[in-house]
Design a protein around this ligand. Sequence first.
Ligand code: PMV
Length: 316
Amino acid sequence: MLKASGESFAKIILIGEHAVVYGQPAIALPVKSIKLTATLIPRADQQQLIASTFYHGPLAAAKTSNFAGIAHLLRALLTFFGAQQQGFDLMIVSDLPPERGMGSSAATATAVVRAMYQAFAVPLPHATLLRWTAISEKLLHGNPSGLDAATTSAQRPQWFVKHQAPHAIAFPSNGTLVIADTGVAGQTKQAVAAVAARLNADANRYQPKITAIGQAVRQAAIALADDQLCALGQQLNVAQTQLAALGVSTPALDHLIQAAQAAGALGAKLTGSGLGGCMIALAKDHAAAQAIAQALTEAGASAVWQYDFAQSEDHS
Ligand code: PMV
């Protein structure tokens, strides 16, 4: 084993969450200013030690912690490389707030797989990376679409359909997303299960909401291609209405969404699983984004970030 490190980014779902689990498309973007790095340092003894905000201690004792998915993935990787007895220190340093719909678990898995492949000097095709990250995501979320893993490992915004290879999608050069945190942990597993339960109980009522989100995603893609920010904002609002009808918005999310709208957002919605976590608002330019960001802070957001669409073309 060599000393190695792997990197990944936060992700934001622009539009399509939940419906993506049922085969509809989604659009998501990596936020490269919010990073996660995993560093592996070989040890001469056989100790396998983890240092992260989720878990601190030996790998063997991580089974029941909230690090269990990543621990399972690490064991599978060590078996794959025939290195079950290899000692190491694994340090995970993350700017991502956990459980806020920013893909923290998928970003951790991505960086760990990248570090491990680099440590054994083996090239890592992207499809192989996604197969590995699915291991921990499945354990954590039950029925993940794969969108989080695809986006946290990407350089550009992604058009994603479950069971298909994701591909990059171009964004306009103007427009800014304001991202705000309710300060309340999101609950991906519960939210995905709640939508599944509603669909099971009353498909006639809830399936059209999934279909409507898919339709909004396709319209959003057209708006992105045509540089039509107002039309894009409208589709974000359509998606939010459907997500609320699916039962995954919350009063805290609704409160921030209303504050953004009152401050001039072209559209606003929750992002990620909902039931807590973050929301996004679309601003026509940087000045409008500043006003919306301030309104969101005043409305009680625990953190606010900005993402200029222009930076989606940045390959650095
Ligand atoms: O809460 P997050 O960031 O893990 O996003 C979940 C997105 C869902 O569409 C709700 C689930 C999925 O697997 O795509």
